[in-house]
Design a protein around this ligand. Sequence first.
Ligand SMILES: Cc1cc2nc3c(=O)[nH]c(=O)nc-3n(C[C@H](O)[C@H](O)[C@H](O)COP(=O)(O)O)c2cc1C
Length: 173
Amino acid sequence: MKGILIYRGKYGATQQYATWIGAETKLSVKEIHECGEDDFVNNDFFVIGTSVYMGMLGIKEWMKANLDFLTGKKIFLFVVCGTPSGEGEYIRSSVPERIREQCTIWFLPGRLNYKKISWMDKFVLRIGSIFAGNSKEKKRRLYGFDDVKRENISAIVKDIKEFTGKREVAPVL
Ligand SMILES: Cc1cc2nc3c(=O)[nH]c(=O)nc-3n(C[C@H](O)[C@H](O)[C@H](O)COP(=O)(O)O)c2cc1C
C-alpha cells in the first residue's frame, strides 16, 4: 500500500501537523501546489490535511478539482481548526458527497497567532468575536490561542499505521 500526505494550510498549524504525521508514518509530505497527476496515480491512499477558514475547509476547491482521482481511494482527512463545534457543518460544506464515505476524519486543535495573520484576517476575527456566543470563544478570537501539540496526532497515526500494516500482511485469497 502506497500513500502520500497532501495538505493545505495558511499560517503553519496544518503544516506542523503534516510534518509530524509524515515523520511518524514515513509518508512523503506535499503541499497541494507541489502535487501532480503522478501523485494520484502512484498512490493507493491519501492523508489530506486542511485548516478551516470561515466555516470552510481550505482544501475544498482542490478536492473538487481532483474528485475523479480521489474517488474510490481511502482518505484520512485531518481538519485543523479553532472551534470544534462547527465540525459537522465544515464537512458538509466542503467535502464532496461522492468521497465522504471513504474518509476517516479527525479534528485537530489549531493555532491563531495575531503577530502572523493578515490585517484582513484580523478584521474578520474581530467581527466574528462580536457574534461569538460565550466569553471564552470571544477571547480566543480576540487574543489568539495555541493548541498545536504533537500528542494530538497519536490517534490518526495509529489508524494510518493499522491500515497500512493490515493491508501489507493480508493473505491473498
Ligand atoms: C480569518 C479566520 C477565520 C477562521 N475561521 C474559522 C472557522 O470558521 N472555524 C474554525 O474552527 N476555525 C477558524 N479559524 C481558525 C483556524 O482554522 C486555525 O487558526 C487554524 O489553526 C489555522 O491553521 P493554518 O495555520 O494551518 O492555516 C479561523 C482563523 C482565521 C484567521
